[in-house]
Each structure stands twice: as C-alpha cells, then as structure tokens.
Design a protein around this ligand. Structure first.
Ligand SMILES: CC(C)(COP(=O)(O)OP(=O)(O)OC[C@H]1O[C@@H](n2cnc3c(N)ncnc32)[C@H](O)[C@@H]1OP(=O)(O)O)[C@@H](O)C(=O)NCCC(=O)NCCS
Length: 388
C-alpha cells in the first residue's frame, strides 16, 4: 500500500484517537488527552493517498546501559494499523522509517514490548531473557536479623537514583532512568495510607507494599529493588525478611542469573508476559562504545538485515581499550549472522554455541566469541517498572 510518512502534529490528535479506538483505546479524561497530544511529536503516522491517517507508531527515547556504558535507546510503542489497511506492509514501512530516523540520530539500539514476539522476530527484533518474577513463601528467605535501613518518604529519585544507576550498569538494556516520557521514580512513590514504604540500605534499596489477599494472607510486593554488591544484596534480603510475621508471601522480580533465580525459579516463577525485544538500529553506533573486559581478537562477520539494509554487508570488528572499531570490508567473512544474533551475543543473552544451534549464525564460532565479549560479562535485565 502506498503511504506517506510524517511526524504527527497537534492537529492530528482526532485522527490519532480514531485510530487508537480500535487498537489500544484510551481512558477518558482531559489529562489523558493532554498526554496523548504531547506524544504527537514523538509519533510517526502513515497517510494513504487520500490523506487519511491509517497507521502510527510512537518512538519514546530513553537511555540504556550496554556493557556498563550509557547509550541512547529508541523505544518503540503503540504500533497500530487501521483494520482495512492491515496486511499490506504498512507497519513494516513505519518501523523501517523509525529505524532509519534513529540511525540518523546516531542511535545504536531499539527496544520494544511485543503484542506477539513472532511479528517482530521477522523484522529483526530479538526477545531476550531478562527478569524472573518469583512468588514465594516468606519462610524461604533467610531467618530475620537486625538490619540498618533508612526510610525514604519523598523524592525517591534524589535518594535512590545514584544507587540505582550503579546497579543498573551491571546489566544490559536496563533503563538508565535519565530520560523518557515519564518519571518512573514519582510513579513508585508509596502513597500515604497505602501500606507502602521505601528503604535505603548500605549499597541497595527496596520500594515495598503490603497487599492483603483475603484468605490467602498478606503479600509483600517488591515494587523495585536493587543491590550493587554481595553486601547490598544481603542487606536488601534481610530487609525483606524483617517482614516475617507481617507478610506470608513475597513477590519479587530478580535478574535471571541472580542467585535467588538459580535456586528458586523452578519452584516459584510466575509468568509476566513482559517480553523485551531488542534490535540493532545501526551496527556501528551499537558496537562502537563497547569495550570487552578481556583481550579479544578482531573478527570479520557478514550481517543479514532486511529491514535496515545499512547494517547488511561484511564488517571488520576490532575491539579496543577505548572503543570498538566497526568498518565495512571486502574481506571474506568468518561467520554470517542474522541481525538478531547480534542482539543475543552483544546483549550477553546467549552463547555462540546457542546462537549457532538456533540457526541464527553460521561459520567460525571464534568470530561470535568476539561479539559475545562485547557484553563485558553482563546479561540482560530490565525492571518491569521501566516497561513502556
Ligand atoms: C500488528 C499490526 C500493527 C500489524 O500491522 P500491519 O500494517 O498489518 O503489518 P504489516 O502488513 O506491515 O505486516 C508485517 C509482517 O507481519 C505479519 N503480520 C501482520 N500482522 C500480524 C499479526 N497480527 N501477527 C503476526 N504477524 C503479523 C505480516 O504478515 C507481515 O509479514 P510478511 O512481511 O512476512 O508478510 C496491526 O495488526 C494492528 O494494528 N494490530 C492491533 C494493535 C496492536 O496489537 N499493535 C501491536 C503493538 S506492539
């Protein structure tokens, strides 16, 4: 279908709301309208030859950590096509446009939460394992002990952001919480009388709420928590254990390679259906800031990327002490890989062997080891709070 693409303006709000009515809907209220109006400049629309808005996609911008470095992140949200315009390639055209705009802005990575991962798989986004949500009996925590904890009753950002950033830098694709359309910290602030609390401990923190489940007892919900060292982790877990007697159950989200997940995931995991999908927007911009922690050899790889053809071709990738050099080359590639394999390897989500087994790459595994080294020992994790 022939469409013209452009950024939406305030005057497009009514057409946008009509489009949204049958895809996501929206709650009533002047504040909602004003928020949606504010999103117009961050939304790209597709117009048919008669000038009707037939599809749109929003592109909120964030910052994320990859291998400990803060990088811009192209968020993609609210992708929608009017029913009669569906299955004609309109969403695909829109997504290609968002990627090429992102590339012009120097953005290396994109992240979205899919309605169905299979739709975005074919377009080069890759689902990554990130957090594990545990719903467990309080008795499975360590025995309660005294813990030094300082309550935070206002301005969570001011009190916790520095600790959060140090912890978040330990993971790949965690949200840096520096920019975005809303403030995660103010959304998490416990309401007075709502049985919520936030505590800072040495090298960690937790934002908590008690929830009465009627006959099934009281649950301690960990709204947000982070620890930056083994000591910080012990203190946060001791803080949770201090609720023994007051709460029967605990619900907490932890990285999939946290020790709690190793021990307890098979017993207590609850599904979140909050799949996070990551994509390379621009290969050179994505890899350039990354520095491996061990010495790593250069590699030559061929990348396949149908939706973002500027990533296609053969690349010489040379990790260095300051930056990773990425240069187009006419040399023979040691391995060929789908752009999704780049997200898996550099994100620290899968080993070269797993990527080869999945058929997302072919060739010399040592070239893939170089890409995996760029994860600098990190694996992906992003809190559900940062979902957009
Ligand atoms: C999902 C949606 C945006 C797709 O829009 P569209 O303009 O029909 O998509 P396209 O025609 O560009 O499809 C691109 C590819 O995805 C496939 N596809 C389209 N809709 C799909 C669906 N619902 N599930 C799986 N695959 C789908 C197409 O077949 C096409 O694949 P191909 O290139 O191999 O043929 C549209 O169905 C919609 O608005 N749905 C309701 C809102 C929604 O759920 N949005 C997603 C938010 S994350």
């Amino acid at each position: 279908m022939d469409v013209t693409l452009r950024t939406l303006r305030e005057g497009d709000l009514d057409a946008y709301l009509a489009l949204r009515e049958h895809s996501f809907g929206y709650p009533a209220g002047d504040d909602v309208l004003s928020e949606l109006r504010g999103r117009m400049p961050a939304t790209v629309g597709a117009f048919d030859p008669a000038g009707r808005l037939v599809a749109s996609a929003a592109r909120p911008l964030f910052e994320t950590f990859v291998a400990g470095r803060r990088q811009p992140l192209l968020g993609i949200a609210a992708v929608q096509t009017l029913l009669p315009a569906r299955r004609r390639g309109v969403a695909r055209t829109l997504l290609a446009r968002l990627l090429s705009d992102g590339r012009e802005e120097g953005i290396g990575w994109s992240l979205l939460y899919p309605f169905d991962p299979r739709f975005y798989d074919r377009l080069g986004w890759q689902s990554l394992p990130t957090g594990v949500r545990l719903a467990m009996d309080m008795a499975w925590l360590e025995r309660p002990r005294p813990v030094d904890a300082w309550p935070v009753t206002s301005d969570l950002r001011n009190a916790l952001h520095e600790t959060y950033q140090r912890c978040a830098a330990q993971w790949n694709f965690s949200n840096a919480r520096t920019m975005g359309p809303w403030d995660v910290w103010s959304d998490m602030l416990p309401e007075r009388g709502g049985r919520g609390a936030a505590y800072r401990v040495e090298d960690g923190y937790a934002v908590l709420r008690l929830r009465d489940g009627g006959g099934s007892g009281t649950t301690l919900d960990v709204i947000d928590a982070a620890w930056c060292s083994p000591g910080g982790r012990d203190e946060v877990l001791a803080l949770l254990a201090a609720y023994a007697g007051q709460a029967d159950r605990l619900e907490i989200e932890v990285p999939h390679d946290d020790a709690l997940a190793w021990s307890l995931a098979d017993w207590f995991t609850t599904p979140t259906r909050a799949t996070r999908m990551v994509r390379v927007v621009d290969l050179a911009a994505a890899l350039a800031p990354l520095v491996p922690i061990d010495d790593t050899r250069a590699c030559t790889v061929r990348v396949r990327d149908a939706l973002a053809p500027w990533n296609e071709g053969t690349w010489r990738i040379t990790p260095g002490p300051e930056r990773c050099a990425v240069a187009s080359t006419s040399s023979t590639a040691e391995a060929v890989l789908d752009v999704r394999a780049v997200a898996l390897l550099v994100g620290g989500a899968a080993t070269p062997e797993a990527v080869l087994r999945a058929g997302l790459a072919d060739g010399d595994r040592r070239a893939l080891v170089t890409l995996a080294s760029l994860a600098a020992g990190r694996t992906p994790f992003q809190s559900l709070n940062d979902r957009f």
